[in-house]
Ligand binder design. Sequence first.
Ligand SMILES: C[S@@+](CC[C@H](N)C(=O)[O-])C[C@H]1O[C@@H](n2cnc3c(N)ncnc32)[C@H](O)[C@@H]1O
Length: 264
Amino acid sequence: MITIKEYFDAHQGNMIYKWAHYFDIYERHFKRFANLDRQVVVVEIGVLNGGSLQLWKKYFGSKVLIYGIDIHADCLKYQEDQINIKIGSSADANFLKQLKEEIPKIDILIDDGSHRMNHQIKAFVNLWDHVNENGCYLVEDTHTSYWNDFGGGKGRSGTFINFSKNLVDSIHAWYSEQAYFINDKYTKTLSSIHYYDSIVVFEKCPLKSKPVTLKSGIDTTTNNRIIRHHNIRKSLVYRFTYQALRLFNKLLQFLKIRGVILNG
Ligand SMILES: C[S@@+](CC[C@H](N)C(=O)[O-])C[C@H]1O[C@@H](n2cnc3c(N)ncnc32)[C@H](O)[C@@H]1O
C-alpha cells in the first residue's frame, strides 16, 4: 500500500503545504479509511492551492468524497471530480450549520484553516456532531496555542490546547464526585484524544454508556494478610479516621489543593 508521504513525494499537482512530521501522524490515523469499499467523506478546512485535497483523493481512493472549505471564493477553481469546495469561514456558526445540511456525515475532518483559537474551537464545537461514529477529527498547527498573534500563549485562557484539555476531563466525567462536573456529549462520544507536536487528533466512538468492570478467573485473595487488612478496615477507629480524612479531602478538593490519598 502506498503511503501518504509517498503520494506527497510523487505529487505533480497543485501545491501542498504541510509540516514534514505530520505524515506519520496522518498515516497512523487515516490508514483505516483508505480504499474502503464504501463512501468515505473527508473535509479539510483551509484549501489554499487545493493540493492537499488532491493528495487525499489519491490516498483514499475512488470512493472518497472530499469537501474543501475556505474563505476565499477563488478556491472554487480547485473543484474537480470527487472534490467539492464550500466558501465560508470556520468561525461562522451559520455557515457551519448550512454546511451540515448540505454534506453527508464526515469520516475525517482536518482543520488546517486560520489556526486561530476561536476559529478552531468554533469549528470543533459546531462540527463534532456531524462526524461519523468511528470518525476522526484532526486539528493542525496547534502550536499557535503558544503564539500571541493567534490568541495563544502558555497559561492563557481560551487557547485550543486548553479547550482540548477540558475534553480530557469530559472523557472522565463518568467518575466525577463533584456535582458541578457531569457527563456531556463528549463523555459519550469521544473515545480518545491524541497529542502530537502541533497536532491534536480526536477519535469518535459509537454512543457510550457508563463503563463497567469485568472479572474472570479464580479469586485467590482470601489469605490471612487480606483477612487481617479487612478486619482492620471494619474497626470503629479506622472507620472514624477514614470518614474524617474524606471530609478533609473534600475541603482540599474544593480549595483545589492537592489531596491526601485515601485508597480505602
Ligand atoms: C495553511 S493554508 C491551507 C493549506 C492546505 N490545507 C494545504 O495543506 O496545502 C490555510 C487556508 O485557510 C484559509 N482560511 C483562513 N481562515 C479561514 C477560516 N476562518 N475558515 C476557512 N478557511 C480559512 C486560508 O484562506 C488558506 O487558504
